[in-house]
Design a protein around this ligand. Structure first.
Ligand code: THU
Length: 126
């Protein structure tokens, strides 16, 4: 399942709209019902209006009525390093899961596994 999820993240990264950064990101989110929701980063000429791949995947799942998540895979093609989710995405992930496993990948076979508790300890919560 981990490789399948990373493959989905790689696929969706091809749809990235990132003419300003040229940084294509793909995210694939597995829900507890076994469905996979994907997202890619979508930029804008008004830079702050852009959105990260992870949030698009999560918002797609929520919009479909899915609120319980099993695993998130994030892909970027950069081969020299692995990119971890930004602070805003960590906060959004933590809204829905306290210990979501997260795969950070730059290839199907090259990834590290972490989780939201490790990436955002002591998350803000109302
Ligand atoms: N980006 C993501 O999609 N996810 C992250 O976790 C970090 C950054 C996107 C936002 C922007 O389109 C591009 O990568 C460069 O920051």
């Amino acid at each position: 399942m981990k490789k399948k999820l990373i493959k989905k993240a790689i696929e969706v990264s091809q749809n990235s709209y990132s003419p300003y950064s040229q940084f294509k990101v793909g995210a694939a989110l597995l829900t507890t019902t076994g469905k996979i929701f994907t997202g890619t980063n979508i930029e804008n000429s008004s830079y702050p209006a852009g959105v990260c791949a992870e949030r698009v995947a999560i918002f797609n799942a929520i919009s479909a009525g899915e609120k319980e998540f099993q695993m998130l895979a994030i892909y970027n093609q950069e081969q020299d390093k692995l990119f971890y989710p930004c602070g805003i995405c960590r906060q959004v992930i933590s809204e829905f899961s306290k210990d979501l496993p997260i795969l950070v990948a730059n290839d199907v076979d090259n990834y590290v596994e972490t989780n939201i508790k490790e990436l955002l300890p002591k998350a803000f919560k109302l």
